[in-house]
Design a protein around this ligand. Structure first.
Ligand SMILES: Cc1ncc(COP(=O)(O)O)c(C=O)c1O
Length: 376
């Protein structure tokens, strides 16, 4: 029998298929306008139980490490792009038979693996355009001394004898189409002699084209014109844009304590289940909160880390122990970063299908926790 939401034990992620399809329809429109191909960035979202829904809309996957290559190849299919900041010889042996494209992060990596990969895949090189729209320094690929990609001053045209494509990734949740187009123009001008010799170009992820009222047509036309000008197949590597606003992390209030402020302690932790809340200091939004509520609370984690909290917000009524709270927009960079810190219960993962049924994609036990630490 299918569970109903009231029967589910917290904590859990609930992925909503209808909302996912809304984003995917926007992705489809962008593809139709621009001719761009879209590969899902598995680093953001790898929950393969949803891939049957996503597959008809996207062209494949891209990865940031060897196991993601395998996961994309096995569970998604289409084009499998392999990128890593650093491949060992062993990594390359493992991925080269699965990857259609292998993108190296440096000239030394390209040299090290060129002979071993040139037959099996179309090779690419990550370039650092020294421009970005990334918000926070921690996530800025063009930050000073960045190790991500090769700067133009280190390149010469002979590199195009070895690679068919370049990859640029320089945006993070960029909602500003004009800011993106300015970077695109910069790339078009600065790298034109390279681009004219390449077959494909990936412009990475971080373009928030599914954000409400984002001008998809304007983005699509800019990409189309760029591709025509340089005679390239363009790719984007969206992660967050595909799964944004599709998923709640549902938690229960376990205790309420007071130390000048009231804190509702919930059965989850940012450090274990929603790590970016902590590392980027980006508070979660709670569905049950109310902008004009008169009952303020810190929504505090169940971990031992003193500063571990989801957010501060307010409600129309006092919170009750046992009450469920929905932490909104919890799909991206969450499930891929889950860890067992403090031996907390790992959130189950559910998929609410278009017909309203709830599919269990995974649930975890003490044995899973123990298995990460050794063999019994
Ligand atoms: C190379 C590359 N491609 C794609 C992405 C996906 O970005 P987003 O999830 O913001 O779309 C990232 C994110 O860090 C990335 O580093």
């Amino acid at each position: 029998m299918q569970p109903t939401t009231t029967q589910l034990n917290t904590p859990y992620f609930m992925i909503d298929e209808s909302k996912l399809i809304e984003n995917l329809e926007k992705a489809k429109r962008l593809k139709e306008i621009s001719g761009v191909k879209l590969v899902l960035a598995l680093k953001c979202f790898s929950t393969f139980g949803t891939f049957e829904t996503i597959k008809p809309y996207l062209d494949g996957t891209t990865s940031s490490g060897p196991y993601e290559v395998k996961l994309g190849y096995e569970t998604f299919g289409g084009e499998t792009h392999a990128y890593s900041v650093g491949y060992s010889k062993n990594d390359i042996e493992n991925v080269k038979h699965m990857a259609d494209k292998i993108i190296f992060n440096s000239l030394s990596q390209l040299d090290a693996h060129y002979d071993n990969t040139k037959q099996s895949a179309s090779l690419g090189l990550r370039i650092n355009p020294e421009r970005s729209q990334a918000g926070q320094d921690l996530a800025d690929p063009a930050r000073p001394y960045s190790r991500l990609g090769v700067k133009q001053s280190l390149l010469d045209l002979s590199v195009t004898d070895k690679v068919d494509g370049f990859m640029f990734h320089m945006n993070c949740e960029n909602k500003d189409v004009d800011a993106f187009i300015a970077i695109l123009d910069h790339i078009s001008t600065t790298f034109s002699e390279y681009l004219d010799k390449l077959k494909w170009l990936s412009l990475g992820g971080g373009i928030f084209f599914t954000y409400p009222n984002y001008p998809i047509e304007k983005l699509g036309m800019a990409l189309k014109n760029f591709a025509q000008k340089h005679q390239l197949q363009l790719y984007l590597e969206p992660g967050e844009a595909i799964i944004t606003r599709t998923t709640d992390l549902v938690v229960s209030v376990i205790d309420i304590v007071e130390n000048d402020k009231k804190t509702a302690i919930v059965d989850s932790a940012t450090e274990a289940h929603r790590l970016d809340t902590l590392i980027y200091n980006e508070p979660a939004s709670v569905k049950e909160a109310s902008a004009n509520g008169i009952y303020p609370y810190v929504i505090g984690s169940c971990s031992c880390l003193a500063g571990d909290q989801f957010c501060e917000t307010q409600f129309d009524a006092p919170l009750q122990i046992g009450q469920k709270l929905h932490l909104l927009d919890s799909a991206g960079y969450t499930m891929v970063k889950l860890n067992w810190f403090n031996g907390l219960k790992m959130p189950s993962i559910y998929f609410k299908r278009v017909d309203g049924s709830i599919e269990t994609l995974n649930s975890f036990s003490y044995d899973d926790f123990k298995a990460t630490l050794g063999k019994s």
